[in-house]
Structure formats: C-alpha cells, structure tokens
Design a protein around this ligand. Structure first.
Ligand SMILES: C[S@@+](CC[C@H](N)C(=O)[O-])C[C@H]1O[C@@H](n2cnc3c(N)ncnc32)[C@H](O)[C@@H]1O
Length: 341
C-alpha cells in the first residue's frame, strides 16, 4: 500500500545549536472520527511496502531465560519484562511497519543532513530501523544497541553494527553521534533524566535526539470504552504493575521537560494517536488501527505475563484467564480506543 510521504510524529531535540528546519508536519490527527462502516476500507496487506536490505553481524548473550513459554534476554537478566523470541520479533516487525505508516514512509523527522557521519539507535530490538537507516545514509556509521542479542539479522549493511548494551548504564561510546534515535523503550528505562543526560553527553554539538514513544493510558473520546471495561482495566492495572517495578508508562509526557533539563534546545513535540482497530474513518487511520490491533493482541500476553507474575505475584493461570476476558473486550467493535503517541 502506498502512502504520501508526509512527515508525522515524534519528539526531537537538538543539542545547543538553534534553528530547526522541520518540514510541515501532517498527522492522521488527534481527533479520530468513528466510521459507521468500519470494515469497508480495510485492505488485506500488512503495509509491508518498505523492506530493508540486509548483510552482517551480531553476538553473544544467548543464555536466555525461558519462562511462561517465552524466551527473555540473557544480558542483565530480568531487566526488561518483554520476551525476545521469534513471536516477539514478528510483533516488533509489525510495529516497525506501523511506524512507517505513521510517519508516511519516513524513519525520522529530525532535520539531519545527508552527510551525517554516525547515528545510534538505543534499544534497537530487531535492528530493522538501524538497518533501514544505514541503507538510507550510507555515509553514516550506524550502531544499534540492545539488551537482547543476537536477535538482529546477521546480514546487515557494512555501515551497521549491533552491540549488546544496557542503556541504563554509563554510556561509553568512543565517538560522539550526530543523531540518536530511541523508539518504544518506555518499559526499559526507569531514570529518564539520567538517560537524557547520557544522550546529551553522547551527541556532537548540533546533533539531534529523536524519541518515538507511546504514553499510557489508552484513550477513548466518545465514552464507548468506560473505565470499568476489561481492556481499560487492564491498562490501569498494567500502569500500577509498571509503577511497582519503578517504570513510568507516562514518561513520554515529561520528555520535553527532561530534555530541556539536560540542556537540549529546539525541543519539539508532535502528537498523534494509534487507533486500536479499524474503527476510525480514513484509509490510513484504518490501516494503522488494523495493524495496531494485531500488534496489541500479540503484545497483550507478552507485556503482561512478566510484569503480572514477577511484580504483582499473579499465577500464570490467573493472568491467562484474565487476558482472555481482556482480549474479548479488545475485539469488541463498539469500543473506540486509541494509544496516544
Ligand atoms: C518494544 S522494543 C522496541 C525495539 C525497537 N526500538 C523498535 O522500535 O522496533 C523495546 C526494546 O528495548 C530494549 N531495551 C529495553 N530496556 C533496555 C535497556 N535498558 N538497554 C537497552 N535496550 C533495552 C528491549 O530489549 C527491546 O528490544
């Protein structure tokens, strides 16, 4: 499926040098209109028109933890509560596509020059963003870091490298970067001010950091998903479990403040919504909604089982029973919920 290449979303902040040169930003909008015939415009592709080339390495840390039928990262075991197995890799690939649809084919919004020499992708997951970026900017040396490895492909562009690294430890990169990209790692970071200080320290003057994140709770603007319905309750329970684990699922709302406190200037925030399901009007809105529903149906157990058992002390059976109810509610076409992005 083809979308116009208009830019959207994300939070960008520049180090010291002023005068950002953003293109005009066009969102799917923060007001989603309900479509009375939600399935009419749904198309059957996954929006996979943007594939990446692949070519080289990854390493160690394969003494994975296996729990509740899922595989988890080995390095700094227990730090991140979502799995890193094939099932999760497919989900992250789906989410990668949703981001391209959201950004109208772009991988970033920060106005970085073609001649960029290096970039860092923190919490790179499957490595797809880093691989695409390295392909688009062949002059740039691109490093993707993650607690999980080697879940990235072995065939990557020669200017792309993956490292197993914990973003919450001191950053010790030998060179400073022109661009730091961070996407969807809310569940992995507790101390955001420290994180942004590390970003600041690791950027060249004039460099950019771009955060692409979600912020809980799920929203609903037309009263179709009351707070006591299972899916909305799952959201608030999850927020509590994350808070108990020291995680702030609303951290993205504070990013602009944290960035400025770390010394960044030209902080720009752009908001959009990912509808859960193809309920809104508009082809692009519907497609994002359809893919995000698939993503969330998969993420539901992946995001809950670790937190609920490790942090809230639920049994696996109790979690699975509850999630069945939540899932039914998520699939109810009467509900018009969305994730603020
Ligand atoms: C939801 S995935 C997103 C992956 C990728 N950024 C993307 O958008 O496709 C979150 C990733 O952050 C990584 N992560 C979480 N906490 C981390 C940490 N402290 N240091 C490095 N990576 C971390 C996880 O291992 C996981 O691969």
């Amino acid at each position: 499926m083809e979308w116009d290449r208009e830019p959207i979303v994300a939070l960008n902040a520049r180090l010291r040098v002023r005068s950002a040169n953003f293109d005009e930003i066009s969102l799917i909008g923060t007001t989603l209109e309900v479509d009375s015939e939600p399935m009419d415009d749904v198309d059957s592709t996954n929006g996979e028109d943007l594939d990446s080339t692949a070519t080289s390495l990854a390493s160690a840390a394969t003494h994975y933890r296996y729990e509740h039928g899922r595989r988890y990262h080995a390095y700094k075991d227990g730090k991140y509560h979502l799995p890193n197995d094939e099932q999760e890799i497919s989900r992250l690939e789906l989410q990668h596509r949703i981001w391209y649809l959201t950004l109208n084919g772009r991988s970033h919004l920060a106005p970085i020059p073609e001649s960029i020499t290096n970039a860092l992708d923190v919490g790179c997951g499957t490595g797809s963003w880093a691989i695409d970026f390295a392909t688009m900017y062949p002059s740039a040396e691109v490093i993707g870091t993650d607690l999980s490895g080697p879940i990235q492909p072995t065939n990557v562009p020669p200017n792309c490298t993956f490292l197993i690294d914990d973003a919450t430890a001191d950053w010790a990169f030998p060179k400073k970067f022109d661009f730091i990209h961070v996407r969807m790692i809310s569940i992995g970071i507790k101390d955001w001010p420290r994180f942004f200080n590390e970003c600041f320290k690791s950027l060249k003057p004039g460099g950019w950091v771009e955060m692409q994140e979600w912020s809980a709770p799920f929203g609903c603007d037309d009263g179709s998903a009351p707070l006591d319905t299972p899916f909305m309750r799952w959201g608030s329970d999850g927020k509590g479990a994350a808070a108990k684990a020291g995680l702030d699922v609303q951290a993205a709302k504070k990013f602009p403040i944290y960035l400025e406190q770390s010394g960044f200037v030209d902080v720009q925030e752009t908001k959009t919504k990912w509808p859960l399901g193809p309920w809104p009007r508009g082809k692009r809105e519907k497609k994002i909604g359809e893919l995000f529903l698939k993503d969330m149906l998969e993420a539901l157990r992946a995001a809950s089982i670790g937190l609920y058992t490790r942090v809230l002390g639920w049994t696996e059976e109790a979690v699975d029973e509850w999630l069945e109810e939540v899932k039914k509610d998520m699939l109810d076409p009467k509900r018009h919920t969305y994730m603020p992005m």
